[in-house]
Design a binder for this molecule. Structure first.
Ligand code: HEM
Ligand SMILES: [Ca+2]
Ligand SMILES: [Ca+2]
Length: 326
């Protein structure tokens, strides 16, 4: 019953290092996979629990739903790790655990890069081997098993960038996550990018009023965003969710919200709404409030998220390949 640290200690002791090396080698050729791996774990857990339902191929599978399309470059990381794991310990390590471990390893790489480097181009694999993680990251509990259902229609439980704070809170509390978890986990937007199509309405057509922009956007930031996402430009152009700090796992995202420089409407509202703003302020160490340390809280909330609806014991299965049920 339940997950535990080191579930594979005796059955596949090399499991966690195989996942780590798969994440690192893909990261080296394409660092953009790191934020996608984090988001993949979130999208897995929020739809039928953390059961690898997001990995299955098929015409009506979760993968085909709009919110999951931009995750495509990160699926091969999981498939690679799984192939190596099947060679080392056949039939033992679940795809759901690979996703959870890969998300942690991806964040750890970003934390490492932001701690020791100002520019990712100086990053190479030798550094990874020599790195000191200094207590960053979090222990991933393992023992999840893989689900046997994957339907695009189930992705309606995912939050949308157009959701109000009340709806965001509701979607999180449905899964046992409170307001602090919401603000903490959305802090994952400290890394990675969003396509213009998901926020362009804020620039040119706010509340369906043509020519109007969202008044919560800082006046100095609006022209910058408009330049990145022109009104009739390509909606697939991608912009950092944390302007000026898209590769660093840090609290700059929250400072941007405070300064009216959020990208998604759902993110900027974390500052507009008093209940979520209070949590943002605690991450920013505003005087008079009990401070919160982002990296620490993020790990705690990730462990909570990683427990959502897990299959354990004899429930579910250990898939042979992550893209298909057995
Ligand atoms: C109210 C909750 C949330 C909403 C509405 C939301 C929405 C979005 C949207 C619209 C994007 C851009 C997708 C694209 O253009 O491809 C995005 C990206 C991202 N999200 Fe969220 N998100 C939420 C919560 C979270 C959580 C809880 C995490 C992780 C713990 C997360 C991690 C990420 C990451 C890392 C990216 C960047 C992906 C990339 O670079 O491709 N998000 N999110
Ligand atoms: Ca799932
Ligand atoms: Ca950042």
């Amino acid at each position: 019953d339940g997950l535990r640290p080191g579930f594979y200690l005796f059955t596949c002791p090399i499991a966690e290092s195989i996942v780590k090396s798969a994440v690192e080698s893909h990261f080296r050729s394409n660092p953009a996979v790191a934020p996608k791996l984090l988001r993949m774990h979130f999208h897995d857990c929020f739809v039928k629990g953390c059961d690898a339902s997001i990995l299955v191929d098929g015409q009506t599978a979760e993968k085909t739903a709009v919110p999951n399309l931009s995750l495509a470059p990160a699926f091969p990381v999981i498939d690679d790790a799984k192939a190596q794991l099947e060679a080392a310990c056949p039939g033992v390590v679940s795809c759901a655990d690979i996703v959870a471990l890969a998300a942690r390893d991806a964040v750890l790489l970003m934390m490492y890069v932001s701690t020791y480097y100002s520019d990712m181009k100086w990053f190479n694999n030798d550094d990874v081997d020599a790195r000191q993680t200094n207590g960053l990251g979090w222990p991933v509990l393992t023992g999840r098993r893989d689900g046997r259902v994957s339907l695009a229609s189930d992705t309606a439980s995912l939050p949308s960038p157009f959701d109000s704070i009340d709806v965001q809170k509701q979607k999180f509390s449905n899964l046992g996550l409170d307001t602090q978890d919401l603000v903490t986990l959305v802090g994952g937007h400290t890394i990675g990018t969003a396509a213009c199509q998901f926020f362009r309405n804020r620039l040119y057509n706010f509340n369906n009023t043509n020519g109007t922009s969202d008044p919560t956007i800082s006046p100095s930031f609006l022209p910058q965003l408009e330049a990145l996402c022109p009104q009739n430009g390509d909606g697939n152009v991608r912009v950092d969710l944390d302007t000026g700090s898209g590769n660093s796992f840090d609290t700059a995202f929250y400072a941007n919200l405070m300064n009216g420089r959020g990208i998604l409407d759902s993110d900027q509202k974390l500052w507009t709404d008093a209940s979520t703003r209070a949590v943002v302020q605690r991450f920013l160490g505003i005087r008079g409030l009990l401070g919160l340390t982002f990296n620490v809280e993020f790990g705690k909330s990730m462990v909570k998220m990683g427990n959502i609806g897990v299959l354990t014991g004899s429930n579910g299965e250990i898939r042979n390949i992550c893209t298909a049920f057995n």
